[in-house]
Structures are given as C-alpha cells and as structure tokens.
Design a protein around this ligand. Structure first.
Ligand SMILES: [Zn+2]
Length: 304
C-alpha cells in the first residue's frame, strides 16, 4: 500500500510516494509557486505525476506551515488567512488530509523515526524560531483550536527581549537559532575573534567549537543551556518518553550539545527517564508524517 506525502513549505514544495514501512519511492521538489492557484496546480500536478507511476496510492497527506483548523489553514509563511486548502484539494479525486507541519513531523517520527512505538513524544524544532508537534497517548495533540505546540512563545524571562508576538522574554528570543546568531554577532563585535575579518556564520561557530575554539564552544553551549531550560518546562508539563530534536541549530550542533543538554534537563526536570534524541528523518519528517496520516485515514475509511 502506498501514499503520497507532501510538504508545502514557504520556500519549497516537496513530495514523495511512501510505503507502509516509511520507504520513499520517488522524492521530488520544486520551489513553492507564488499565488494560491499556482500552488494548488503544483500540488495537483505532483499528485497526478505520482499516480501515473504508482496508480494504487490510497491517499495523500499535506503538511503545511500554519494552523489547520475547521477546514481552513492560516499561515504567515504562505500568506494565508483561513484558506480552505482541504476543499481546494478535492479536485485531486483522492482522499487528502492536511496537517500542521510540526504535527506531521511528530507523527512521522512516531511512525517511522526515532519515536517509533512511543506514545508520548514531543517533536521540537530549534531553528529560526522554536515550535513543537506534540503526541499524547499516540495521537497528535492539536488543542481546542489547532493552536497547541507554540512552545517558542512561552515566557522564560519577564524582562527579556520583545518578541514578534508582542510579549517579552519568549523562549525563542533566547534559545532559537536567531538568538544564537545574535549572540555570535555581539561576540564578534566585541572582539572575541580579533583575527577574523568578518562575522562568523553559525556553521563557522559550530566548526570552530568542534576544533576547540573556547569562545565558539561557550556560545553553542550557552544556547544549549537556554534550550535546556525550555525543554525542562516541556518535560515537566508532558513527561514524554522522548523529545526528538530537529532544526538548524539542533542538528549541526547535536554532537556538541547532546550530553550537556541531557545533563541540564536531568538536573532540572522531575522526569529522569525522558530521552533526548536527534531526528533520523531530517527534512523528510513532515513528508513521512503526512503520508502516515494518509495511511491512517485510509485505514479508518476501511473500518467504517
Ligand atoms: Zn513570543
């Protein structure tokens, strides 16, 4: 049995035909077109192309960077305000599910990734911002209005920096990749690396840290410490079996931060058993999760 997993991002549209073990048979991408009509057409063309090659797909899942609720999608990345994507996709003539990308990613990790077989899991991205997909009792926890998982906007510092959401001291203002980059800029401006002529990128800092640059290492671990602070909050709230990490800060720095992060969380959290793991699915967690949701939907149609 096969399903199509689609990841509709603000930058790229990516899709794959996926089997029930999570293997991807075709895997393609293109830049996300601008405009709703062009976007729908691109999704339709992708699905038609997949079905020509694999006629027996049972459904498609679409992961989107936004709030999915009541048949509408609201997404700043896609510039959508209550856009009825599920209804628009009825032209596909194929059962189609639409899910928030972090929720889809969490489900992908649960079905095919590091969280396989787990029932209570948090999928956490530490990237430009911080967001989570939450699995409780084996099911995606969406909240009453599809707004669950906005963990980046939990306040950890009353007097902290002003966040885009309007509050001060949100977790992502100190623990995201953006905050990390800001501290790198400040360190460079204050003469931390006198031999460097230009500001090192976060990747440069990761490399330098691995090579023993103490200032670089301190910067990475400082961000890791702030990550640990919020992860501890999540662990105290949900007591998950595992937190699965992804994103532009967590992935390249994992080797460096993993042990430190685990010590931080074990030191502070009530749970002493929650695993902190790095994604194995990489950029494909959303695609695989969307396909897994399509399999799920097909199974529940069969049992009706
Ligand atoms: Zn905020």
């Amino acid at each position: 049995v096969l399903a199509i997993g689609i990841d509709l991002g603000g930058t790229n549209l990516r899709w794959a035909v996926v089997d029930e073990t999570g293997s991807m048979l075709v895997h393609r991408r293109q830049p996300t077109p601008s405009g709703n009509e062009a976007t729908i057409r691109a999704i339709r063309d992708a699905v038609v192309g997949c079905r020509e090659e694999y006629p027996d797909v049972v459904g498609a899942g679409v992961a989107v960077p936004g709030v999915v609720f009541g048949g509408d999608v609201t997404s700043t990345n896609l510039d959508w305000e209550r856009f009825p994507l599920p209804r628009e996709l009825q032209i596909l003539d194929l059962p189609c599910v639409v899910e928030n990308d972090m929720n889809a990613g969490a489900f992908g990790e649960k079905m095919f990734g590091r969280a396989r077989g787990m029932q209570d899991v948090i999928f956490l991205t530490i990237s430009t911002g911080i967001g989570a997909g939450i699995i409780v009792g084996g099911r995606i926890y969406r909240g009453s209005g599809g707004l669950a998982g906005e963990v980046g906007h939990t306040v950890v510092d009353l007097n902290g920096l002003l966040c885009g959401c309007g509050r001060r001291g949100c977790w992502e203002m100190i623990a995201s990749g953006t905050a990390h980059r800001r501290r790198i800029r400040e360190a460079f401006a204050s003469g931390t690396w006198p031999k460097l002529t230009e500001e090192p990128s976060p990747d440069d800092v990761t490399r330098r840290a691995a090579q023993g640059d103490r200032a670089a290492r301190a910067l990475v671990l400082r961000t890791a410490r702030y990550v640990g602070l919020g992860v501890t909050n999540l662990v105290n709230l949900y007591d998950p079996e595992a937190v699965i990490f992804t994103g532009g800060f967590a992935r390249p720095n994992w080797e460096l931060i993993h042990k430190y992060l685990l010590e931080e969380v074990r030191d502070q959290a009530f749970s002493q058993t929650t695993h902190l793991l790095l994604t194995e699915l990489g950029d494909d967690a959303g695609i695989l999760g969307a396909a897994a949701l399509a399999f799920d939907a097909a199974r529940s149609r069969e049992s009706e």
